[in-house]
Design a protein around this ligand. Sequence first.
Ligand code: ZN
Length: 229
Amino acid sequence: MSGSSALVLFSGGQDSTVCLAWALSRFDRVETVGFDYGQRHATELKARPVILEKLRAQHPARLGDDHLLPLAVLKDIGGSALTDDRKIEMGENGLPTSFVPGRNVLFLTAAAALGYRRGIADLVGGMCETDYSGYPDCRDETVQATARALSLALAREVRVHTPLMRLDKAATWTLAEALGGAALVKLIVEDSVTCYEGDRTQRHEWGYGCGACPACELRAAGYRRYIAP
Ligand code: ZN
């Protein structure tokens, strides 16, 4: 894709770090956007500049501006274990209490609007249907319907790429290795944050985290299957 540019939804977590590496391998120019929505695991936001600095050293001409947008409306609406002091467990609606209603639709809308201003039509996000927590806004159907709605709303094509959509967590580690070798795997282990509690005090073979929340469990199980398939 010569002369092409992409905007990556980059949270500082494992999945979006792999997405960023994927975009850097395919687009000439890559910008990143993160969202501050009052997430309890704000250590994620602290991880962003650390990861960006390391990747920028490897891709000085390719990795461009980073943007951080406040979406405090999600915190204001509340009710989620990701924004409120609430236990992560299965809710009565069959979804974990970590579900933030409308989150990915809002993220994509904000990213598409930013992309419009930056002249970028290609968005890249880490949404994933496999190994996921049952969030309906991670489904391919939801993401692509949102892309279609945004294309209509902006009267300009918006494409949303989701390289992890069909991958499980073990395959995501394998993709990271294919894209950036052992160095990228190490960067993800050391610097990316997945833990819902934002725990940076406990170091495991798969990285930092509480080791007990659903996000840590998924990351740990995926890493073990990646190391010993
Ligand atoms: Zn955790």
